[in-house]
Design a protein around this ligand. Sequence first.
Ligand code: SF4
Length: 240
Amino acid sequence: MSPSTEELASLESRTAEEIVLWAAEKFGTKVALSTSYGAEDMVLMDMVKKVAPSMRVFTLDTGRLPEETYRLMSLARTRYALPVAVYFPDTSRVQEMVNTHGVNLFYDSVDSRKLCCQVRKVEPLGRAMNGLGAWVTGLRREQSTARAAVRKVEFDEGRPGVMKICPLADWTEEMVWDYIKKWDVPYNELHDKNYPSIGCAPCTRAIQPGEDKRAGRWWWESSSKECGLHEHAAKATAKP
Ligand code: SF4
């Protein structure tokens, strides 16, 4: 089922819509769009609806998302009528973590923050991806230095046997917003308040002019601005 080296190279010249369609045809029920309802994810949701409406879609509800994201989830449900599967953290693990480390443990240390991301994001992602051969994500090379080498279709180094598909890998931010405006795609209202990257409410802030697009994620840390969902990208530029 895995594409050959030649096929992987040829996919780099395909458009985003062509990549989405290729993924649907290649992997069938074994591929899913992973959405966190960011601007790129909304573009992909719109494309999936148009060219591959039977593709599975899932999201992770960490329990700490901003109210604006929940509003968008509700709006998108009405607009696209796609059956988005929502995965939640394991209740007993959250309970144990909070009772041991406190509800806002992520501010205490990098290790505590990673524990929270592990419990609320990484473990549920593992369940969401159970049985999948590929997943579609909204990663773009321009988003950060950690993502500069992302390819449109690549082997997911963190998940043996799984392909990571990034149809927007070569898109600029301008292209994302042109698409959103052209097709009247719903988007998170926080984007209009200088939040280019949106995650959990306590771990995301607005950025200042000139700051890196992901500077508002875990802003109190100086290490990689990744949470473990895209481990290869994080490792590529992990600071010593
Ligand atoms: S982003 Fe923050 S609240 Fe969300 S899972 Fe990670 S540490 Fe926890």
